[in-house]
Design a protein around this ligand. Structure first.
Ligand code: G4P
Length: 277
């Protein structure tokens, strides 16, 4: 299903860099993918973040199912963790995050500490860390006028009054279990060259069936007769013209198309993991 080892050696370099960075950090903002909150979070990192203020952001919430995002947030609250839903595409989420940060900054400055609140974004590859940094850089540039938002190397970006953000996100190694690997591959967090695409796409089609969301696939691809995942997969290939010369479907192309559609949002909102009971 996953070809060879994914995320090799440089991940441990990233972790030791992160360990260094954390010494200067007041607030860790850990990004999870709201479609796969379990697989995009590696509890092993709790140890790394011990003694630091820690916020979980269920990112890309615009692509997840609202009801399940709420269930996940309830679950985190029950577990004693601070968590918020987020999407760079939804203004109300951005405003809630800014409000939370302002509150943290005020709390910190109630004490004797006079330096800015220092933050870092961390998360697995492709979860949206750079996008979020860019959002803040944009805000910083518009806020401070002539101050350059970002400079080369590891730098602090002065994002809002009294707050600084490390311009380089911390990259975390995702969970490395078979179950997690499928979810991670489906959302694009494992490079395409390292996954068995037909296997992942078939699994994804089955998630739509299990969750009673076949209508989404029917809407998108037309001319499909209901059937099991194999049958639907084959019909998607035929209806989208992903064919080999002998008239059989090209499984790789069919899978790539399905995964691209899912990752790009063309297959609607789907959360692949439920919170523990
Ligand atoms: P990383 O630094 O953690 O590796 O992730 P990055 O910011 O590069 O984001 C990965 C992909 O996730 C990008 O899409 C980005 O646009 C998308 N993304 C980030 N935040 C959100 C969000 O809140 N909602 C949705 N739906 N997508 C989000 P891409 O297709 O790889 O690149 P691009 O063509 O959009 O630039």
């Amino acid at each position: 299903m996953i070809k060879g080892q994914w995320y090799p050696g440089n991940m441990s370099r990233a972790i030791s860099q992160l360990r260094q960075d954390l010494k200067a950090i007041d607030l860790i903002i850990e990004l999870l993918d709201a479609r796969i909150p379990a697989s995009s979070r590696n509890p092993a990192f709790d140890k790394l973040f011990r003694d630091k203020k820690h916020l979980l952001l269920l990112h890309k919430a615009d692509m997840a199912e609202d009801a399940l995002t709420r269930s996940w947030l309830d679950y985190y609250i029950r577990s004693g963790l601070k968590a918020m839903a987020f999407s760079v595409h939804k203004k109300h989420y951005i405003n809630s995050l800014l409000q939370y940060l302002k509150q943290q900054e005020q709390n910190m400055h109630k004490g004797r500490l006079k330096r800015p609140l220092r933050m870092i974004f961390v998360g697995i590859p492709n979860v949206g860390k750079s996008t979020l940094i860019n959002l803040f850089v944009h805000k910083a540039v518009t806020k401070t006028g002539n101050r350059p938002g970002i400079t080369r190397g590891r730098q602090w970006i002065r994002v809002l009054p009294g707050m600084e953000l490390l311009d380089t996100p911390g990259i975390l190694r995702p969970k490395n279990t078979e179950d997690a690997a499928r979810s991670l591959a489906a959302v694009g967090a494992i490079p395409a060259g390292q996954i068995d695409m037909p296997d992942i796409a078939l699994w994804l089609v089955n998630q739509y069936l299990v969750k009673d969301k076949l209508h989404i696939l029917l809407n998108r691809y037309h001319d499909l007769d209901p059937g099991d995942a194999d049958r639907i997969f084959e019909q998607v290939g035929i209806s989208q013209g992903c064919l080999q010369t002998e008239g059989k479907i090209d499984e790789e192309r069919t899978a790539a198309l399905l995964l691209r559609d899912f990752q790009g949002g063309a297959l609607g909102r789907l959360t692949l993991e439920d919170p523990p009971q």
